[in-house]
Design a protein around this ligand. Sequence first.
Ligand code: NAD
Ligand code: IPM
Ligand code: MN
Length: 368
Amino acid sequence: MEKNLLILAGDGIGPEVMDQVVRVIDWFNNNKKLNFTIEEDLVGGVAYDSHGQPLSDKTLEKAKNCDAVLLGAVGGPKYDGLDFSLKPERGLLRLRKELDLFANLRPAQCFDALTHFSSLRPEIISGLDIMIVREATSGIYFGEPRGIIEDNNGGRIGINTNRYTTEEIRRVTRSAFELARKRQNRVCSMEKANVMESGVLWREEVTLLHQQEYPDVELSHMYADAGAMELVRLPKQFDVIVTDNLFGDLLSDCAAMLTGSLGMLPSATLGKIRENGRPYAMYEPVHGSAPDIAGKGMANPTACILSFAMALRYSFDLGDEALLLERAIEKVLAKGIRTADLMQEKDVKPASTEEMGTAIINHLDGHQ
Ligand code: NAD
Ligand code: IPM
Ligand code: MN
């Protein structure tokens, strides 16, 4: 079967880290005969610069028709003043919404070589392997009413609405239970049922689905604020966390730092399975466009490369190849080859983005 990838490198460090992913894809094409075809297009600020929209209809069509989208990052200070509908971030949100990519899988694994790098004590994070399943097509990111309106006193009111339907909660929770069955069989659901009706419904629907379809999986519930605290107090207590769009955004950045750097955390955003057995899918690092380091060749490409490993696994059923790539990254880190975000010693020269990519490819070369 053909394997068509649409690469949307985007803004800031997006193109820099994506260049390394393209080298890795070329390696798999040349050495494992995987026959990936690549098309590239624009998203985010660069798309706005070129045709006045952060995601054109044409690009959206390509995204719907390819097997998997690989996205770099979007956004940057240059676009901060734009109307909301034109901001780079809307390009990404539109892709998630229109492809109906409801399950955003954000795995936080701590590589052995980095246990001493995290801001938490090594024993707290060594061997860490958790999966955050974040709902990605609904909630406060998309709920109506929304906007900024005038009040009667010359002031203004900003409004967003956290809205979830039964079906939206059930389908993302089902993804979490399915993943848990292949892992340690535990799911912790996080919301704020103590203050929000959407949280009450979330807890009720998760509980019901558990009783109806997944009684074999161990289920617990936590208020999301306590969950954030537990995530840094004792992260290894978790296996799979399922949560809504906004809480998932916050909790996954927090989980990223357990692994040492935001530059380490990949993600897969998955929708319905198509007739050919492949899901609608987009693979994107958790980090953003990092304007503070963009253009300097110092960004860590690992999150983006690990996102491609997730594509191998979740879109193309190539688990062995995914493992090969993940192991290569692990070995490179173990050798002490790191980008600046993973350096403590001031006197050691960090690897550049490209040097990190080269080290990973050299390792693949040696272990075909
Ligand atoms: P950010 O993730 O871009 O950066 C946060 C910090 O982490 C910065 O200090 C940055 O240098 C560092 N960092 C991030 N990725 C790194 C990497 N690969 N290697 C080394 N260091 C890395 O978040 P931000 O600064 O809050 O946002 C910047 C822009 O990115 C905003 O416009 C925001 O909306 C956007 N953003 C986009 C995405 C996405 O495209 N998926 C995700 C988050 C933020
Ligand atoms: C993420 C990002 C996005 C989000 C932004 C850029 C729209 O922060 O993927 O975590 O909030 O979902
Ligand atoms: Mn985020």
